[in-house]
Design a protein around this ligand. Structure first.
Ligand SMILES: Nc1nc2c(c(=O)[nH]1)N[C@H]1C(S)=C(S)[C@@H](COP(=O)(O)OP(=O)(O)OC[C@H]3O[C@@H](n4cnc5c(N)ncnc54)[C@H](O)[C@@H]3O)O[C@H]1N2
Ligand code: MOO
Length: 343
């Protein structure tokens, strides 16, 4: 690659795409393509774009890799059955798309390593554990300079080769049981609102309800119902009595059923009283009553991950407080918000 005055570029191949911005619409477009031979009549257009000098192709530097070739090499190394990438870069950038719906999984340590080792690389993605749909754009790759050293590409490919950097965990746990606890609901004093709410939320992730029952606040009845539900479902959602009132027995019933509670509650709001428990037969989650009065709560944060069979640990929950406060926007944008991004 060599820098020349535009007047000396006539008959030469441009070494890179030249981007222009339409002054009327503000839209970006590619005014000249890499490899395009510069003609006499292009000179004014190039100067209109503020290009008095351009890079032209030059075979002298064999240890340099063009941004397009770099991006193509990285895209092919990124490949995983759950993602697809652009075949052709646009201005040196390839986009990465989901090839299935599920939960985005990024090897954060290696993504950081990549950017620490090579500041000229740019690979932004959607947040870790974000629920994505088939075809959704989840990341993009480019290098900042027009050319990079071949050694940089080799090192980058080596980091990527170890194991998948970006993949999508599918929703494998599709059978959901709902247990509504509360004597006031069981006796019909109030109408249950949880079964329709949870049924609607799980549909988003192609899951379905295998059983939905209402039981009174009786420890043994709740334990029996949990045992029965675990035979029918992968995920058991339990509502009512999730808090700390004297008659809140849901968590002790979960423990009596043989499941291990990861942590009582989560340091996020709304939905502090969400607790996750694992049993060899099924995953259990309590859905606090606060979920009835807000569009989205901690239940919405963890639901996709539980359906994707993620093992959520106490350590992870303990570090989830920063970003865990919902801003209660007048119109809810979850998961496209600070509360939805931290999961
Ligand atoms: N001393 C404290 N009290 C409370 C705390 C706390 O930390 N300390 N946390 C509050 C928060 S936050 C929440 S959320 C609730 C948790 O409530 P529960 O999930 O235990 O729900 P209940 O106490 O059983 O019911 C509360 C309320 O919601 C109505 N409800 C319950 N289930 C249904 C249903 N299926 N359909 C319609 N309505 C339902 C119920 O009748 C009650 O009115 O605890 C706070 N308290
Ligand atoms: O657990 Mo409550 O749902 O924070 O609102």
């Amino acid at each position: 690659m060599r820098k020349v005055d535009v007047s000396n570029a006539i008959g030469c191949a441009l070494a890179h795409d030249l981007t222009a911005v339409d002054s009327l619409t503000g839209r970006k477009y590619c005014a000249f393509h890499r490899g395009q031979i510069v003609k006499q009549e292009d000179l004014d257009k190039l100067k209109d774009l503020g290009r008095y000098q351009v890079y032209i192709e030059d075979s002298s530097s064999r240890d340099e890799v063009h941004e397009d070739d770099f991006a193509i090499a990285v895209a092919s190394q990124l490949r995983h059955p759950s993602i697809v990438t652009d075949d052709t870069p646009q201005e040196g950038r390839v986009s990465i798309y989901a090839n299935r719906s599920g939960v985005l999984k990024i090897d954060l340590q290696r993504l950081t390593q990549l950017h620490k080792s090579h500041p000229e690389l740019v690979l932004p993605t959607l947040p870790q554990h974000y629920p994505v749909s088939d075809g959704q754009r989840i990341g993009a790759f480019r290098i900042l300079p027009l050319y990079a050293h071949r050694a940089t590409l080799d090192s980058c490919l080596q980091i990527l080769a170890q194991k998948p950097l970006i993949s999508i965990d599918p929703y494998t746990r599709k059978k959901v049981a709902i247990i509504v606890t509360g004597t006031e609901v069981y006796e019909g004093r109030i109408t249950d609102r949880f079964i329709p709410l949870i049924s609607k939320k799980i549909k988003t992730y192609d899951a379905f309800v295998t059983s939905a029952t209402i039981v009174p606040d009786n420890h043994q009845r709740i334990v029996n119902e949990i045992s029965r539900a675990m035979e029918l479902a992968d995920l058991v959602c339990i509502t009512g009595g999730t808090s700390v009132d004297p008659d809140d027995i849901t968590l002790s019933a979960i423990t009596s059923s043989g499941a291990s509670v990861v942590r009582q509650g989560v340091p996020r709001q709304p939905g502090n009283h969400l607790s996750i428990a694992y049993h060899p037969q099924a995953t259990l989650v309590t859905v606090p009553a606060g979920a009835l009065s807000v569009p989205c709560s901690t239940f919405d944060t963890y639901l996709p991950r539980l359906l994707a069979d993620h093992r959520i640990t106490a350590d992870e929950l303990a570090t989830s407080a920063a970003g865990g406060l919902c801003q209660q926007c007048p119109s809810c944008h979850f998961p496209n918000c600070t509360f939805g991004a931290m999961r």
